[in-house]
Structures are given as structure tokens and as C-alpha cells.
Design a protein around this ligand. Structure first.
Ligand SMILES: [Zn+2]
Length: 460
């Protein structure tokens, strides 16, 4: 598995769900007691349930660790999103894990391994030695973490482990291109089990065609690999792989289902206290809503446009809408189908209010230009009724931006109260007065979804 953010099924209950994965695992274990269950990173964030208020803080992945303990996960490497957690929560999650974290390139700020984490693992299966190391892309920066370059770390691990093992597996959370680089540079690796991409793929790269596999995010699929090792043959290792869809056709394993239910209850109770109704179906869409970080922080998508529209509906006097793409945290594509209030929390976990502000054209131009320069970051601005940029003049509702004019703008209050990357000039300034508060952005998005895609509550 890779990139699991939800313990419950997604897509209106049709796909994914860790209790179903647990029952598939039971079947595989009955067939072969040496079956290993591994996860190629991204587990603790971003998760809607993870932000549910709990005790003095938030769940922060506790629900996921306990579910994976019940499921029987064996090995995992870090995903970049693990480090979204505050330091204390991150350390607590490591402590609660009954499975083994393997990382060859993520270390504490003093250069030592995180507690309980190992750099690699050699497993003896009926006399055949299987080596696993783990590497993570060095993207997410936090002050409690330092990285070794993942490819350099992999090179060292291959050198160290290859003479000691019969089968060498890289458990990676890298981009597809980096996995291909790994396969090409280090043909000594027998199998690359990867993540980060959210979409299943199977590639064969490098001089001896090293296989690279990734499954779909949120356990919509899992990959099952059968490794046969013949100690007497020349071609010793044979790998056969099958992608399994995790759907409602699979039964739930009661033990894991019980843990999922417990945490769902705790999380939903936390949300209800905040006035949210996670189970309510708000719409049935016929389009995919792209909320992948790699998309929303770089260009407009169906989802970002929908959010901008909802802001303009709520702030009907506004000429345009602006919001920071970092407010979208789902890092997933929501397939066509039922959207629940829980999905809305997944999309906009921090909420926030839409406010109407006024600003001079010259300042708006500066904000739009900086917003575009923030490409790839949370401060990349998503917009409504704005076009142009990248050398072309900015256009508001089709008309060229006038630096001397005053504009009425719907913004997410975060932008004018806290401020994002290089956009602090919009914060608490008389140049950007707030003239109206339009309420919660999540409520506005729900209203917009209901208007465009009415819920089909009686759907089979
Ligand atoms: Zn990732």
C-alpha cells in the first residue's frame, strides 16, 4: 500500500477501507504465513479525521496508527506528509506504532535516527535473506527533521546490503522520476515499492528492468507481489504481481473494523462539537475534483474553480475571488460520486471565513503577480474571474486590470489576517479593509456543490 489518509472507505463507501484491506491480508496470510505487509509512506497527514478535535488537541494520526496496528502492518517508510505533524504528535505516533518504520535518509535534527526507526531491515524467510531499505523525497521541511539525499542514501544502502541479502527491496516515497533514476542507477535493487503518486503504476526501468510498483491512494487498490526465489537456478528471483481493487465486494475484518469504528466515532463527535455533520451527503458529482497538491499549487482545477465560484456566490458584491492554494489539503482526486460533509473537511480542513475586502488595482496586481510566483507552494493563489499573468496583463472579469481603480475582492480571511508566503503585505493593513464577513468557506462550498450537483440520496 501507499498514501493512505483515511481509515474508512472513500468514494461514498465504495472503495478503499482498511478493514477490507485487513481481510484481504488475512486471506493472503492463510495462503502464505510469510506474507509481509508494507506501506510506502504517507499515512498520518493530510487526513480529515486526523484534524478532529480530541482531548486538548487533535487526533493527529492516532486513529491511523491504531488501525494499522490492528491490520498488522509490518514495515513502513516515511512519506513527506508524515512531517506535517507537530513534533510532539509525530514522536507520539512513532511510540504507538507496533510496526517498524524504516528510513535510510530521514533523521532527527541532530543526525540520529528517530526513536524506534531503523535504517534497514534484513528478514530471513526460510533461509532466504530479504533486505529492505527506505527513502523519502526531501520536500517537506520541518525543524525537527534533516534529510540525506535519497539517491545517495540508497546508493550506500545498496553497497552495504547487497552482499548480505538474496533479495533487495527499496521501499520508497519518491516521485516517479526519482524512482526511475533509482532503478537506472542501482540495478542491484530487485524491486521498488513506491508511493507519493496516488495512482497505480507499473514500470520496468534500468538495464535489467527493475520493476517499480505503486498502488492507488487511500487503499483504492493494493499491490500483491509474489516473490519466488530458486536457490539452484541462474534466474533466481521471479516476481508476479497483481493489483487488487479494494471495494465493497470485500468483507471487513471485524478486528480492524472495530478499531476504525471507534476512531470514527471519536473523530465525528469532535467535528459535531464544531457544528459539522460528517456523514451528511451534500452532493453527487459527475466529474472528478482534482485536489492533488501537485495540481492545486500549480494551476486551476475543477476543484479550485468550484471553491472560487462558491466564494463569489457567498460574496455576491465581489468582482473577483482570491485564496491561497495551501488551504486545500486533500492531496487526492475525488472521483465522481457522492460527496459528504466529511469530504468537505478533507478538502478544506482548516475552514476559515470568506471576507470581502477592497484594494487598489496596483496592490491587487502585486498580489496576483506574487501569487503566481509562489507556484508550487501553499501561497500560490487560486482565483475566480481572473485571467492573464505570465507576461500578459492581468484581466478581471475580462477587462484589463486598472492600477488606479478600486476592486472589491472576496478572499479567504487567512490571507488578510495571517498571511501566506511573500503575501504578508495584505495582512492587517488599512490598504485592504474588510467590508463584510461572508461566513465559513466550507459552508459556501457545500451550498455551491448542492446548487450544481444535487445529492441523489436514493442512488442504489
Ligand atoms: Zn507524498
Amino acid at each position: 500500500m501507499n498514501d493512505i489518509y483515511e481509515i474508512d472507505p472513500v468514494n461514498g463507501g465504495k472503495e478503499g477501507g482498511l478493514a477490507r484491506v485487513a481481510s484481504l491480508r488475512d486471506t493472503l496470510l492463510r495462503r502464505d504465513p510469510d506474507t509481509l505487509t508494507v506501506l510506502a509512506g504517507d499515512l498520518l497527514c493530510p487526513s480529515a479525521l486526523g484534524i478532529a478535535p480530541y482531548k486538548d488537541g487533535r487526533l493527529h494520526g492516532q486513529q491511523m496508527i491504531e488501525t494499522m496496528n490492528a491490520l498488522g502492518l509490518d514495515y513502513i517508510t516515511f512519506g513527506n506528509h508524515e512531517f506535517d505533524l507537530p513534533e510532539e504528535s509525530f514522536y507520539n505516533r512513532l511510540k504507538e506504532s507496533q510496526f517498524t518504520w524504516i528510513s535510510s535518509n530521514c533523521f532527527r535534527e541532530n543526525g540520529t535516527l528517530f526513536p524506534g526507526v531503523v535504517e534497514d531491515k534484513i528478514i530471513d524467510i526460510k533461509g532466504v535473506k530479504v533486505g529492505i531499505f527506505g527513502v523519502t523525497l526531501s520536500k517537506k521541511q520541518t525543524d525537527y527533521l534533516i534529510y540525506k539525499d535519497p539517491l545517495v542514501a540508497a546508493e550506500q544502502k545498496v553497497e552495504e546490503l547487497r552482499p548480505k541479502v538474496d533479495i533487495l527491496i527499496a521501499l520508497t516515497h519518491l516521485t516517479k522520476d526519482d524512482d526511475i533514476r533509482l532503478a537506472s542507477r542501482l540495478p542491484e535493487i530487485d524491486l521498488i515499492l513506491g508511493g507519493h503518486e496516488h495512482e497505480n503504476m507499473q514500470l520496468w526501468r534500468g538495464k535489467d528492468f527493475t520493476p517499480i510498483f505503486k498502488a492507488d491512494a487511500n487503499a483504492r487498490t493494493v499491490y500483491v507481489h509474489n516473490l519466488s526465489y530458486n536457490t539452484t537456478a541462474v534466474q533466481k528471483l521471479a516476481i508476479t504481481s497483481k493489483l487488487y481493487r479494494i471495494t465493497d465486494a470485500l468483507p471487513e475484518q471485524p478486528k480492524t473494523a472495530e478499531v476504525v469504528k471507534k476512531w470514527r466515532k471519536i473523530g465525528y463527535a469532535g467535528f459535531r462539537k464544531k457544528g459539522l455533520h460528517p456523514e451528511r451527503i451534500v452532493a453527487t458529482t459527475d466529474v472528478a475534483l482534482d485536489g492533488l497538491e501537485a495540481s492545486v499549487r500549480n494551476f486551476p482545477t475543477t476543484l479550485t474553480e468550484l471553491i472560487a465560484r462558491s466564494m463569489l456566490t457567498a460574496a455576491s458584491e465581489a468582482q473577483l475571488a482570491l485564496y491561497n492554494s495551501g488551504s486545500i489539503r486533500v492531496d487526492d482526486i475525488l472521483p465522481p460520486g457522492q460527496i459528504t460533509e466529511y469530504d468537505i473537511i478533507r478538502i478544506l480542513p482548516f475552514g476559515g471565513n470568506i471576507v470581502t475586502v477592497t484594494m487598489k488595482g496596483v496592490l491587487l496586481e502585486r498580489a496576483l503577480t506574487q501569487g503566481l510566483a509562489n507556484k508550487g507552494e501553499g501561497g500560490f493563489l487560486q482565483t475566480g474571474r481572473v485571467s492573464g499573468g505570465q507576461g500578459k496583463p492581468w484581466r478581471i472579469d475580462g477587462k484589463e486590470l486598472d492600477p488606479g481603480a478600486e476592486y472589491t475582492v472576496a478572499v479567504l480571511d487567512y490571507l488578510v489576517k495571517v498571511g501566506d508566503d511573500n503575501l504578508k503585505f495584505l495582512v492587517n493593513t488599512p490598504e485592504v479593509p474588510i467590508i463584510a464577513d461572508q461566513g465559513d468557506i466550507r459552508k459556501a462550498l457545500i451550498t455551491e456543490l448542492q446548487a450544481i450537483f444535487p445529492a441523489q440520496l436514493a442512488s442504489p
